[in-house]
Design a protein around this ligand. Structure first.
Ligand code: UN1
Length: 486
């Protein structure tokens, strides 16, 4: 609600406030969009390599501030320090990559159907981009959106998650210190209502959203209702790891632990399903469960900790309800399944790393921050059945296959319907110079980062230059004449 307080707390110790902002009113959103539009007009006149230089400087300032920003990420988003540093590093890397894009190809050239004529494409800014970002990568995800949007010549208004507003402010502050012009990047705070007002604002020409499926659908509907806009959505995943019987099981167990419980299982790429051949399933689950049970939970600022809290108490309750619903349906808890109290972290939102077995395919109980395992079939049909199981899911973000058999690996790569596939590595860890995004309910066809990261923030113009000096009629069936004169 406009005017109410946006208070972020340390999820490990919720009595500790991290930051307080005021939710933006409609007038404040109007003012932010107007500021961005004004600043964008000048910014768009800068040559692309000059924009790129400023973005490179953002990377330098972020690198100078890496330690303090990582501490803020740990305090506000609950990521353990190493992961918090990785979050900031992703933004630094993104600055470097996008700066490089400022001197790379800006379009493509094409031969034309007629002589003395050439076609090429070029990019133009859309104007002001509205962004809504989550708390799980509170520095990296703003960087995936803001740097390409700026390189493309746009202004920005961003509404970060109410759980991690200070991380976004700190990122934008680094951009200002690096010389991004005043007013070009604006932060508005608030809850769903603020996001909705931003996305449907008449001055916002493109919307980039990362978050849940229901919110993403609402964002897209309200953005399109009030006028044509580019809308890009990244809506998470329910990512599976397929283990073939020939896999290196030690590597699998290590990968499953990192993929499922790294970042407290809260990456949208986190491993939440394990599909293993029944010959190896029992031993594998036992190994993973015993390693999961050995993970140390606690204050993310304590460097001896493996797993921090989930973002808030409501998430803990939701995860627990899902585990209970799964067990009521016959799933077994191999480890975890409990809310954990950590001494010195009063009211902290900790949930034990959890492994469920015997979850039926298609079960609605797909708890976040737990790993559910399902053994699959006879040797011949193993890959088919595993791929069917992986596909039996509304999302299509990331998947992993563990095998030493190159044919099985390539079959899986070709046939698994996700935007990202790993071979012999867990489902998390996408690098910023490759496209990021997924199929089905995970998104709407756009990709962030990588070579396609500019698409959601620019309009492409096709240009034809005819240097023949005469009228060459197009879409007239004149092939014979062209051949004769060419
Ligand atoms: C997310 O969880 O929303 O691939 C992004 C990864 C990270 C990004 C995850 N680079 O695990």
């Amino acid at each position: 609600m406009a005017g109410s307080s946006v208070v972020s707390v340390n999820p490990a110790r919720p009595s500790e406030r991290v930051a307080v902002y005021t939710a933006a009113t409609h007038e404040e959103i109007d003012a932010a969009v107007a500021r961005a539009a004004r600043a964008q007009r000048d910014w768009a006149t800068l040559p692309v390599p000059a924009r790129a230089e400023r973005i490179a400087r953002c990377g330098d300032v972020l690198a100078d501030r890496k330690g303090e920003t990582a501490t803020l990420v740990a305090r506000e988003a609950g990521k353990i320090l190493q992961e918090a540093g990785g979050d900031v590093q992703e933004a630094i890397d993104m600055a470097g990559f996008i700066a490089g894009q400022g001197r790379a190809a800006w379009g493509t050239t094409h031969p034309c159907e007629m002589p003395d004529k050439i076609g090429f494409t070029t990019r133009h800014p859309v104007g002001v981009v509205g962004m809504i970002t989550p708390w799980n990568f509170p520095v990296a995800i703003p960087s995936w959106k803001i740097f390409p949007a700026l390189l493309a010549g746009n202004g920005v208004v961003i509404k970060p998650s109410e759980h991690a507003p200070a991380c976004c402010e700190s990122f934008v502050d680094a951009c200002r210190e690096a010389g991004i012009p005043e007013g070009l990047v604006n932060v508005v705070h608030g809850f769903g209502e603020t996001g909705a007002a931003l996305c449907s604002h008449p001055g916002v020409r493109a919307v980039s959203f990362t978050g849940s499926v229901p919110t993403g659908r609402r964002v897209a509907a309200s953005a399109m209702e009030s006028g044509p806009r580019l809308v890009s959505l990244e809506l998470g995943g329910k990512n599976a790891m397929v283990v073939m019987p020939d896999a290196d099981l030690d590597l699998v167990a290590e990968g499953a632990i990192f993929g499922a419980f790294g970042t407290a299982g809260q990456r949208c790429t986190s491993t939440s399903r394990l599909v293993a051949h029944r010959d190896i399933a029992e031993d594998l689950v036992a190994t993973i469960a015993s390693r999961a049970a050995g993970l140390r939970l606690g204050d993310p600022l304590d460097t001896s900790i493996d797993v921090g809290p989930v973002i808030d108490r409501a998430s803990v309750e939701r995860i627990h309800a899902m585990v209970e619903a799964a067990t009521a349906e016959g799933a077994l808890v191999a480890t975890g399944g409990t809310i954990v109290e950590i001494p010195g972290c009063d009211g902290g939102s900790f949930y034990a790393p959890t492994v469920l077995t015997g979850v039926t395919r298609g079960s609605p109980h797909r708890p976040r921050r737990s790993l559910r395992s399902r053994p699959v079939g006879h040797r011949g049909r193993l890959l088919d059945e595993a791929i069917e199981t992986v596909s039996d899911c509304e999302y299509g973000l990331s998947a992993a296959v563990y095998t030493r058999d190159v044919n099985a690996a390539m079959q899986a790569v070709n046939r698994i319907d996700t935007g990202i596939v790993y071979v012999n590595a867990p489902t998390i860890g996408a690098e910023i110079h490759l496209p990021f995004g997924g199929t089905k309910h995970t998104g709407n066809g756009f990709r962030e980062a990588g070579s396609r990261g500019l698409e959601q923030f620019s309009e492409v113009k096709s240009v034809y230059i005819d240097f023949s000096g005469r009228l060459q009629k197009a879409q007239i069936d004149n092939r014979e004449t062209i051949k004769a004169s060419g």
